[in-house]
Write a protein that binds this ligand. Sequence first.
Ligand code: TRP
Length: 330
Amino acid sequence: MEKKIVVSGIRPTGNLHLGNYFGALRNFIRMQNEYDCYFFIADYHSLTTHPHPEHLRQNVKDILATYVACGVDPEKVAIYAQSDVPETAELYLFLNMNAYLGELERCTSFKDKARQNPNNVNAGLLTYPSLMAADILIHKADFVPVGKDQEQHLEMTRVFAQRFNHMYGTEYFGQPQAFNFGNNLVKIPGLDGSGKMGKSESGNNAVFLTDEDEVIRKKIMRATTDSGPTGMNQEKPEAIANLFQLVRVLCTRDVYDTFDAAYNNCSIRYGDLKKQLAEDTVRFVAPFRERIREILADDAYLEKVRRTGEEKARESARRTLAEVRHIIGF
Ligand code: TRP
């Protein structure tokens, strides 16, 4: 039986952190054996915010190296840069012909970004969803592993696919679905007391896979806490629950239980908890950091990974685009 196709993209906006690892990367590694996977770096998309060329180049490399360091296998998966598959841009053009201003303007992510950055409301930002649809439809994906924040984009992809089919009287595009990780999705909170890791722009909210030991220790020691429980068996407020969630993921069961008991009988010292969490996080991150560094030092290898991914992705993209052009009447 043919393998189902999975497509996922990540914007190259900086180093990857523990939230990326537990949220997406670990699941990519599980998926790569069962599905035909295309994991790309959305460097076209990143132009919506005008990155400096040097940063763009480096960020793309960083993500490539991090994927491989975390165990995404370039022999099994096509790992590539979106801009290496220019067929995507042509499909984007076609999809834009049937994307309506009203629906693009109503998109939540567009409204958010337009509000945050009123001086840079460019057409790329407006048509972000049709570019994302092109990423997905260019490989005729069955599944897209995305979080809640991308569900609306995926829904728009289905609308564009359906509209294309209707317009040309075909059944050419399917309806890509969100890939549901179910219980495998581990939530990683940030260090600043509220929300997900990486959500705030401040680098102190996240532990990056490239952080040095000392940086990790500092960030964790500075994580938001409160003045401590005032009664037995209190419910933990968000900032404290977040720290405990990190302990759950990164420390042993014993450590978790010990601090949990200490919280419940009001003998907890957050400093001790943070010290333990910091050491366990250092132990977890260090091997990734070293591996990322090794890979980044090997330009020839990185280039090979990228070209292998590009070749595989373009083969699939060319096929789709040839068929789409034919359907359209070119
Ligand atoms: N919009 C996604 C994000 O910000 C990144 C992305 C671009 C993507 N194209 C995609 C994700 C295609 C999945 C499939 O996270």
